[in-house]
Design a protein around this ligand. Structure first.
Ligand code: FES
Ligand SMILES: [Fe+2]
Length: 327
């Protein structure tokens, strides 16, 4: 079924870490569309994952001479989706002009392969409003496949009052569950940003040191958000960016980039292992929420003051006209 959600169609979504795309084609799914990615000497390419001859996924084939070759009868397609070779045709016979498969915009940035099924609004994907900071250490996390609609996964990330319950002993303590009042403000580049929210965390990042933290959440786009943790009494700053690529309305792929200006000697594994545990805790919640699609009607669920950010997120989705993954 064609996706009519132009907001999600026209944006770059990460679909794979670059390291996962070598000399073999890789199938991915985005917004219900099956796509094959392949790498040639010219870069990365994305085609509809379907050979037009007999409907075999091109991802079952191989890459040869900078083209993708179907596994069934060896038809070759170039990076633009044009069929360049049909081995069974007698020599001198022209390739039918209809012999082509749709291609999509695709590029590599920040160590990831990004895909846009529509008309990209920007030349390059964006990380927040200022990009990654050179003086910070970055750790790439995921991708985590979650059996939930994209907006459910994003809203869970933006939910501050779950930290003391879902992540008790790590990101919160149920003895300190009260959330200070905060507001959501318009920020640069059309983003939304919260005031600081104080959260006591027994273990904020996997190193096991309990601290008071101050959270600021930012929403840049319906599927791209971040949080900043300022550690009380120090200059330590922690940013966590989340990008959710909806595979379809029931499944999403979550990529995260964490960056910090402290603990430079700590191995990446410490932070990745910690995030992996948090993700499993969140998974249990988001994969079981009802309704599965995020309700945009604000009367549909009960909201408290501490849910101001979720309300702002739902309003943003409504205003933008995001229909994929919402109800
Ligand atoms: S199905 Fe692909 S070449 Fe025949
Ligand atoms: Fe969580």
């Amino acid at each position: 079924m064609p996706v009519l959600d132009t907001v999600l169609l026209n944006v770059w979504h990460p679909v794979l870490f670059s390291s996962g795309l070598e000399d073999r084609p890789v199938p991915v799914e985005l917004l219900g569309e099956k796509v094959v990615l392949f790498r040639t000497s010219k870069g990365v390419h994305a085609l509809k994952d379907l050979c037009i001859h007999r409907g075999v996924p091109l991802s079952l084939g191989k890459v040869r001479n900078d083209e993708i070759v179907c596994a069934y009868h060896g038809w070759s397609y170039d990076g633009c989706g044009a069929c360049t070779l049909i081995p069974s045709l007698p020599k001198g016979t022209a390739i039918p002009t209809k012999a082509k498969t749709p291609s999509y915009s695709c590029l590599e940035a920040y160590g990831m392969v990004w895909l846009c099924l529509g008309e990209p609004e920007t030349d390059m994907p964006r990380i927040g409003t200022r990009g990654l900071l050179p003086e910070f250490a970055q750790v790439f996390m995921g991708p985590y496949e979650v059996a939930a609609a994209g907006p459910r996964v994003v809203e869970n990330f933006l939910d501050v009052s779950h930290l003391m319950y879902v992540h008790e002993g790590m990101l919160g303590d149920s003895g300190f569950a009260e959330i200070n009042d905060y507001r959501v403000h318009d920020a640069d580049g059309g983003a939304l940003r919260t005031d600081e929210i104080e959260v006591y965390q027994p273990d904020p990042d996997g190193r096991g040191v309990g601290v008071n933290t101050f959270y600021t959440y930012e929403i840049y786009h319906p599927m791209s958000v971040s949080l900043t943790k300022r550690i009380a009494g120090s200059d330590d700053i922690f940013h966590l960016y989340l990008f959710v690529a909806p595979k379809n309305e029931e499944k999403s792929l979550a990529f995260m980039i964490m960056e910090r200006n402290y603990a430079f000697d700590e191995p990446d594994e410490t932070f990745v292992a910690f995030q992996d545990i948090l993700l499993e805790q969140d998974r249990l919640i988001v994969e079981n929420q009802k309704p599965e699609l995020l309700p945009l009607d604000l009367q549909a669920e009960l909201h408290l003051k501490c849910d101001r950010l979720a309300i702002a997120y739902r309003k943003l989705l409504s205003r933008a006209g995001v229909s994929f993954g919402t109800a």
